[in-house]
Ligand binder design. Structure first.
Ligand code: ADP
Ligand code: XUL
Length: 556
């Protein structure tokens, strides 16, 4: 295949995620050349984050990350590439991925600082006073239930909001987070001249000015009319006053955000003409990195959050799940479900029951049987999004023949390990089916840190009853961002939208490869009964938690 790029071209894709900042570099044939990572807890220990975040010790669900840590990580990551003698002058375009929903509050006057950064000094030293709050609320935050209900009520109900913005109000979505800032810290809100998402914030650093918010990531705010791709006046009004001017413009994911700022040209020797393509959210970037292009494909991302997503031409807004414009195909949509208890919860069970070792964890997975002899676990280290229940562990023993269940305190260690993985996947299958995603899918394409684990992929193949594919690296978000950099560069050069499929045709090194076959014996139907039972128990847990929170409100 002839690639439409100069032979020596390079493309950079960043991923500013919950626990790390990563970069993947592609060459002119879209082959991965190198990658680097800054792990926040380890490489920037002075911020004292755990898993990249601060959890409010009072247990009120407030979870934030230090904005300055993300800035320091960017200089540090580029320094790492420089130390490898990386030739920045070959980079034609850059793009990036940001954890979705997180928000950054730029203080009045900061655009002037951004546009005159001195390459002799670090970004951190020049931007340390540029924010009206130094703690950015992130997607793990669940402290805005009150604001969610207020916004939904103001627009005419959760379903009206979902039909308008693609999602009902969710605690982690940026609109409710902004409303909380307005209600509880009015001075911060007033002092703010621009609110960026993590994606547009990182893009802003790169262009030395405020970058527009990408239309796909904007759909994670409860503020954009997802069909028209414009700010919704109704949603803006329901959220906070004078909001539109603080949000700035929207732009499609393939648009050029701007040319790289002189700061990076001087400091790292990028070419002045290097383009920064709009940054977008991590899940949309993963969709690009996984080359997801068929409505029969299902992507499962096993990162800090677990997400499950697919594409469709006919999205059906509902009270569960999210609809985003597709970042690589303006004619269709991305539909997604998100779980908060993903990798960190698997890690916790590994630490408690498998001696903190993935090897032992995998041995337990490999030596226990599908259906786990009826051991059904619900493990929530944090308040969960899907289903909306508080933190807590719940274990049941189900008689697979009669369907009767009884609560138990513990399982044996191997049983706990299988129960966490199987339980998460059973929940994904049940909710995906209810949400209209293809179940069983034509194939699953898996990504995220845990997709490097074959023992987990084997259970994915069994639960979903299909082959499981992966791409070259478990970090599809930065890979997708690098691919979008190349795509954005090409669209700009041709002055028209070029279908990305032209770049990642079958046979390219980026095409997903078979990682785990469905296996001779299909467990798909065997799991169906257990899923029914799981969903019944889930409803009971949700009802119990709603009852407890309404009793709590009465007592207040
Ligand atoms: P992010 O969402 O921050 O980008 P990643 O996709 O990089 O996160 O995933 C990080 C997670 O991957 C870690 O929290 C870790 O639990 C998980 N992980 C890494 N290696 C393995 C493995 N071999 N088996 C299971 N999980 C793993
Ligand atoms: C998606 C979500 C998470 C974050 C962090 O709605 O909240 O997946 O994007 O990965």
């Amino acid at each position: 295949m002839a690639f439409p790029f100069p032979d020596d071209a390079l493309f950079l894709g960043f991923d500013s995620s919950t626990q790390s900042l990563k970069v993947t570099v592609l060459d002119s044939r879209l082959v991965i050349v190198t990658s680097e990572i800054i792990r926040f807890d380890i490489d920037l220990p002075h911020y004292k984050t755990k898993d990249g975040v601060y959890r409010d010790p009072s247990g009120n669900g407030r979870i934030v990350s230090p904005t300055l840590m993300w800035i320091e990580a960017l200089d540090l990551l580029l320094d790492k590439l420089k130390a490898k003698n990386f030739d920045f002058s070959r980079v034609l375009a850059i793009s990036g991925s940001g954890q979705q929903h997180g928000s950054v509050y730029w203080k009045k006057g900061s655009s002037a600082i951004l546009s005159s950064l001195n390459p002799q000094h670090t970004l951190l030293s020049q931007l340390s006073d540029a924010f009206s709050t130094k703690e950015s609320p992130i997607w793990m935050d669940s402290s805005t239930t009150k604001q969610c209900r207020e916004i939904e009520k103001a627009v005419g109900g959760p379903m009206v909001l979902s039909k308008l913005t693609g999602s009902r109000a969710y605690e982690r979505f940026t609109g409710p987070q902004i409303r909380k800032m307005f209600e509880s810290r009015i001075n911060v809100y007033k002092e703010t001249e621009r609110i960026s998402l993590v994606s547009s914030f990182m893009g802003s650093l790169m262009i030395g000015g405020y970058a527009a918010i990408d239309e796909t990531d904007a759909a994670g705010m409860n503020l954009m009319d997802y069909k028209e791709r414009i700010w919704s006046k109704i949603a803006l009004q329901a959220t906070a006053p004078d909001l539109e001017e603080k949000l700035g413009k929207l732009a499609p994911a393939h648009a050029v955000a701007g040319q790289i700022s002189p700061y990076f040209v001087e400091r790292f020797k990028f070419k002045r003409s290097c383009q920064v393509i709009q940054w977008s959210g991590d899940n949309p970037n993963s969709l690009a990195g996984l080359s997801l292009d068929s409505p029969g494909d299902l992507a499962i991302s096993l990162g800090t959050s677990d997400t499950i997503f697919g594409i469709t031409n006919q999205p059906e807004p509902s009270l569960e799940g999210n609809i985003f414009p597709n970042p690589i195909d303006p004619a269709c949509y991305m539909v997604m479900l998100c779980y908060k208890n993903g990798s960190l919860t698997r890690e916790d069970i590994r630490n408690q029951f498998a001696g903190a070792s993935w090897d032992v964890f995998n041995e337990y997975l490999d030596n226990t049987s599908p259906l786990n002899d009826g051991k059904l676990g619900f493990y929530y280290n944090e308040r969960e999004i899907l289903p909306p229940v508080p933190a807590g562990y719940h274990r049941f023993l189900v008689d697979v023949d009669s369907g009767d269940e009884r609560p138990v305190e513990h399982f044996d260690a191997p049983g706990e390990v299988r129960a966490v993985v199987e339980g998460q996947l059973l929940s994904m299958r049940a909710h995906a089916e209810r949400f209209g995603l293809p179940v069983p899918p034509r194939r699953v394409v898996a990504t995220g840190g845990a997709s490097a684990n074959d023992s987990i992929l084997r259970i994915v193949a069994a639960v979903f009853g299909c082959d499981v594919y992966t791409v070259q690296r478990p970090d599809s978000a930065s890979l997708g961002a690098a691919l979008r950099a190349a795509h954005g560069w090409l669209c700009n050069k041709e002055d028209t939208f070029v279908p990305i499929a032209k770049l990642c045709a079958e046979g390219s090194t980026l095409a997903p490869k078979l990682a785990m076959p469905a296996g001779g014996e299909c467990k798909f139907s065997a799991y169906t009964q257990l899923i029914k039972k799981r969903m019944e128990i889930e409803v009971q847990l949700v009802n119990k938690s709603s009852l407890e929170s309404s009793k709590g409100r009465e007592r207040m």
